[in-house]
Design a protein around this ligand. Structure first.
Ligand code: G16
Length: 538
């Protein structure tokens, strides 16, 4: 039986703001943190129902707004194997979040229980964590109220990164089984990844210290903790690790800043030849870069990471004699640089899917080894159970040992900036590559990303893995006309699922053309949708 009275009374303490329509988007609910109290309460209830539906498996709840500005916050649910919430439940999340009153909320819960045939007698288990945002503690209080209202068992994983929370969900649910993924603690996470990394670096010439820009977010805590586990095998220099000054999170630093502005955070200076990387606010995205011999900045984004990592895994699979049994594939989105797609397509199967790790992750599961990194640096590598079984049972060789350690250094549950950085460093060490050699695998087409503030981003609808607009009607034809004016130019328009904006991407043969195409398409979007005049793209 549903504890109707309890649910209703507690829900009354978390009223839904009448003027906001919440939406479970690219990465859960995400908007101004101070408006999310009711959403967190209801997500607590929803997470418990999801757990009951899945026979009491532990569900994860992460309170974060990742790359967004500090006043934003958000919440996303994590399914039992550490993957994003099954998409059919996103609509349930949106429905519960938008019930106008506590009575309507309880009715919506009742409806969900009936529609999805949930056995309420099954216990519910939830693990949650939050990042360092100032609205986090209060939102976690609302979440706990929801969990208690429906009598769920819960575990507080504290202030930690999104990838650690995903790791915990998977390890809790596989504990003591043949699929065990490691110890279900932060120490277990740190040990598993650092041990594999140290084995991969053993016998290699020492790598230079790696400067890590932590976006003044929770990644700084984890990067600091890794130091003790790495010993003197590898040195990390943590910068932008200010977790106390208001307003500094993701501000002029971090992976999104670097990717969008295509320049160094102003707080960082690189010596010629030095490489470094930036995380985002919850440490699930990674952006690399280096200074060349003239001190010039060069970005090594998610596409470059894909190319480096996929090529190395293909080499190892071949050297292990498993290339007939293990096929490696790559997943990209429309944001992938055209040059990367061209380079990879000549060598491997490449698939394009809509933006959002959830889409890439599911597509990657279709391969024996699926490598996915969004251009923004969010990604990981998945090894199918059959591929892992083959790798662990095949005749040992040095290539195979490397492959096994590569599997352990990777957090297969979700994009993990720190684990990905160790993966990159291991591959660079094995290939004896500097940033220059890595970068020279292919040459990026100049590109530009522009945000357009419009009155209603939901008026923009896309098809063909977001590469074409189907609404507003007629706009795609105008974009096509513009594209034709720039030989080899490509542009697309899509609504963001994490910010209240429409995004425009363009790439072309020259920097000037890419900028011009992006801003002209952004102008079209603005004119079509009637954006905020102060924000008209220039
Ligand atoms: C989230 C998603 C990513 C996505 C990004 C931007 O990242 O997890 O998969 O690429 O948002 O999405 P959109 O363009 O729809 O705003 P994060 O790092 O913010 O969680």
């Amino acid at each position: 039986m549903l504890p109707v009275k309890e649910l209703q009374e507690r829900s009354d303490r978390h009223p839904k703001p009448s003027d906001i329509k919440f939406q479970y988007g690219t990465a859960g609910f995400r908007t101004l943190g101070k408006t999310l109290d009711s959403v967190l309460f209801r997500v607590g209830v929803l997470a418990a129902l999801r757990s009951k539906k899945l026979d009491g498996k532990t569900i994860g709840v992460m309170v974060t707004a990742s790359h967004n500005p500090e006043p934003d916050n958000g919440v996303k649910l994590v399914d039992p194997r550490g993957e994003m919430l099954e998409s059919s439940w996103e609509a349930h999340a949106t429905a519960l979040a938008n019930a106008p009153s506590s009575v309507a909320f309880v009715a919506a819960v009742d409806e969900l229980v009936r529609a999805t045939k949930i056995d309420l007698s099954i216990p519910a288990r939830v693990v949650y964590a939050r990042d360092t945002r100032p609205t986090g503690p209060q939102l976690v209080t609302a979440l706990k109220d929801g969990l208690e209202a429906i009598k769920a068992e819960y575990r507080d994983a504290g202030v930690t990164t999104t990838p650690v929370l995903h790791y915990l969900v998977r390890t809790i649910n596989t504990k003591g089984t043949k699929d065990s993924y490691g110890e279900d603690t932060e120490e277990g996470y740190l040990t598993k990844i650092s041990d594999a990394f140290k084995k991969l670096l053993a016998g290699k010439p020492p790598s230079p210290p790696l400067l890590i820009d932590c976006a003044n977010g929770v990644g700084a805590l984890m990067a600091e903790r890794f130091k003790a586990y790495l010993g003197d095998i590898f040195t990390i220099d943590v910068v932008n690790a200010d977790l106390h000054t208001p307003g500094v999170l993701n501000n002029s630093c971090g992976a999104d800043f670097v990717k969008v502005n295509q320049k160094l955070p102003p707080s960082i200076t690189l010596q010629p030849g030095q490489r470094a990387c930036s995380l985002d606010g919850d440490a699930d995205r990674l952006m690399y870069y280096y200074a060349d011999e003239h001190g010039q900045f060069h970005m090594l984004d998610g596409d470059k990471i894909t190319t480096l990592v996929a090529s190395y895994i293909v080499e190892l699979v071949k050297a292990s004699g498993l290339d007939e049994q293990i096929k490696v594939g790559v997943i990209q989105t429309a944001y992938a640089n055209g040059s990367s797609t061209k380079y990879l397509s000549g060598r491997l199967p490449v698939k394009c899917v809509p933006t959002g790790v959830k889409h890439l992750h599911h597509a990657a599961e279709q391969y024996d080894v699926g490598v996915y990194f969004e251009a923004n640096g969010h990604g990981t590598v998945l090894f199918s159970p059959a591929a892992q079984e083959l790798i662990s049972s095949h005749t040992p060789s040095s290539a195979l040992t490397n492959l096994r350690n590569i599997i352990d250094v990777i957090n297969q549950t979700v994009g993990d900036a720190l684990s990905d950085a160790f993966l990159v460093e291991a591959v660079l060490a094995h290939k004896s590559f500097s940033g220059v050699e890595w970068d020279s695998m292919y040459c990026d087409l100049p590109n530009r990303l522009v945000k357009v503030v419009v009155s209603d981003r939901n008026a923009f609808k896309t098809a063909d893995a977001e590469r074409r607009l189907v609404s507003p009607p007629g706009l795609q034809v105008k974009v096509d006309e513009l594209m034709r004016k720039y030989g080899g130019g490509r542009s697309f328009v899509r609504p963001s699922g994490t910010e209240d904006v429409v995004r425009v991407y363009a790439e072309a043969a020259t920097r000037a053309e890419a900028d011009e195409l992006a801003f002209r398409v952004a102008g079209l979007v603005y004119d079509e949708a009637g954006g905020d005049p102060s924000q008209r793209p220039k």
